[in-house]
Design a protein around this ligand. Structure first.
Ligand code: PMV
Length: 321
């Protein structure tokens, strides 16, 4: 995350900025809802920037040419209003004569943590404006306040991973750093298919209730694969990590969160040399993640996935060079 204060822009007051990045779940989604571990990666190339300006009038948000009072924001943008209002209140600042604007290259609703990144960027812009320090837990709580409006009952994984610089493990609400024993390259791509997270989570819940034995077997399997993936990351074992991602995809398919668009991208990724690949996030669309032995190979995998219909694709690296 970065921050800064720029000079005057177009006659309005100084701009305080905050930035934050996207995240992808490497492994453990859905099982994490049942208390099992998950591992997430920061997607640092995909960013959101928030700019806070002093503009006379009530606290507002700018969207292109439009300026909307924060209290009149449509429901989809309500978390923006909550983040800026909560952060201002935290610092004891009045909201009048301020305008917030977001600029993001994180696709919304794709499981990449767009809402948490926006909240982090806003909180940081307000912190810069306030000229005060903010400890990590207070920052996390402010972001979670906005995430509760965006997601109902957020686990906190997005709020943590969109702030982290390195992969994080998440177990029972507690995050920890993941040791990396080598350099890993990942290709992340967007199917373009949108499916609400809450529907996928509810679908898994119905499955687990209808078939408790099979359901808990699959969730336990995901938990074991997540622990194995953590060991693979620690040991620098790319091929083993790939095999564990592939196996996690089978379990997620069995839980009912697959989609033909996911299968299409995964097949292309594997054909282009991925060591393994799976959906990332809630599934039924959204994004996929593949692991590769070099950034160059990951870039080829992104190209292959775009060739079969991915609407966005990114290479991220972790550890090593
Ligand atoms: O699509 P995302 O990144 O919001 O991830 C959802 C992850 C789930 O495990 C499916 C749900 C959750 O709250 O952890």
């Amino acid at each position: 995350m970065g921050a800064g204060r720029d000079g005057d822009v177009d006659g309005v007051g100084p701009v305080a900025t905050g930035t934050a990045h996207a995240k992808a779940i490497l492994i453990g989604e859905h099982a994490v809802v049942y208390g099992h571990p998950a591992i997430a990666l920061p997607l640092i190339p995909l960013r959101t920037t928030a700019r806070l300006r002093t503009v006379p009038g009530p606290l507002s948000a700018r969207h292109g040419d439009q300026r909307v009072r924060v209290e009149d924001l449509p429901e989809a943008f309500a978390p923006v209003g909550v983040a800026v209002t909560a952060a201002l209140a935290h610092f004891g600042l009045p909201g009048d004569d301020l305008e917030i604007e977001l600029d993001s290259d994180i696709p919304p609703g794709a499981g990449l943590g767009a809402s948490a990144a926006s909240a982090h960027a806003i909180v940081e812009a307000v912190r810069v404006h306030a000229g005060q320090d903010l400890d990590e837990e207070a920052r996390f709580e402010l972001v979670q306040t906005a995430e509760r409006v965006a997601h109902g009952n957020p686990s906190g994984l997005d709020a943590r991973a969109t702030r982290a610089r390195t992969p994080v493990a998440f177990t029972g609400g507690v995050t920890s750093d993941v040791d990396l024993g080598g350099s890993f390259s990942f290709a992340v791509a967007d199917t373009g298919v949108r499916s609400p997270t809450r529907d996928a989570v509810a679908g898994v819940r119905r499955f687990v209730e209808a078939e408790p034995d099979r359901g808990s077997e699959l969730l336990e399997r995901l938990a074991a694969l997540t622990r194995a993936a953590g060991r693979d990351l620690g040991a620098g074992h790319i091929e083993d990590l790939g095999a564990h991602l592939d196996a996690a995809q089978e379990a997620l398919d069995a839980l009912g969160v697959g989609h033909p668009a996911i299968d299409r991208l995964l097949a292309a990724a594997r054909a282009a040399g991925a060591a393994g690949a799976k959906l990332t996030g809630a599934g039924r669309g959204g994004c996929v993640i593949a692991v590769a032995d070099s950034p160059e190979r990951a870039a080829e995998i992104v190209t292959a996935m775009r060739d079969v219909g991915a609407v966005g694709g990114w290479v991220v690296t972790a550890g090593g060079r």
